[in-house]
Write a protein that binds this ligand. Sequence first.
Ligand code: FE
Length: 339
Amino acid sequence: MKAKSLILATAVLAGMAAAPALAQQVNLYTARHYQTDEKLYTDFTKATGIKLNRKDANENEIIEMIRQEGANSPADLMITVDMGRIWKAEQAGILQPVKSAVLDKAVPAYLRDKDGMWFGFSARARVLVINKEKVKPGELKDYEDLAKPEWKGRVCARSGSHIYNLSLLSSMIATIGEDKAEAWARGVKENLARPPQGGDTDQIKAVFAGQCDVALSNSYYYVRLVNSDKAEDKAIVAKTQVVFPNQGNRGTHVNVSGGGLAKNAPNKESAIKFLEYLASDSAQIYFANGNNEWPVTEVPIDNKGLASLGNFKRDSVNVAELGRNQAKAQAIMDKVGWK
Ligand code: FE
């Protein structure tokens, strides 16, 4: 009996003694799946000695996992794309605020939560892709134009319930008000060349194929085609062009890839180090390039396709608004029947 408890005590002591020697680690739950992110993670470990354990899943699964794991969740960080989804995570109560002078300095205020619940680490724009043969320069200037009668049967867009369109509509609710935003959604729905189907790349391809003259797409889908070596992608790029809407007024709608600290993060300090690392120059370049997005800091990046789009004026409404207005946006989409 005595021997047994001695063994037990020794084991406990050994365990306790071993604890500080355990490598530091961070458990990252991510909905971003890009190959270049790999280098991002290995560089972090090389620089800090902190091991990164990654769990890949889609955003809904991640939110559900962290919620179900509750107080015992091993999750330290959640990374996802589009403010609408980050908002869902915040609403689900699975995040906690981070106070970091490094992050507050590096990430522009409109791309992060004022209380540090989440931070944007790369930016994408929701742009118009036009068929250059069908649309004259300057003919389409604003998102609002898509709802005008002259565009009847000429517009392609994915489902109105998709988070990218909900976030765009949310930004319009914030900037031009709910009534005008609703009228806009109704007008666009009326102007669709075909029932909403497929993703953003499918809309660009439909413009190329002549099914419509203009499509709504996130910028990185187009940049991916610009950077592609495939003949079919080059043909699409040759025939089409990106228009940044609303340059004469509020600017083009931008959204973020980003994330925050999990509510019960067991490795909080290391996790904050990783978030701060994501705002560093080298990480910004990988994080942005991984999905052909713009860095949120001023760091210059070498991305031919991205550079080809040039500079543009961004709508500087705080992206938090995109989250806050999601429910209103969905109600509008349902009401106007942009399914
Ligand atoms: Fe996407």
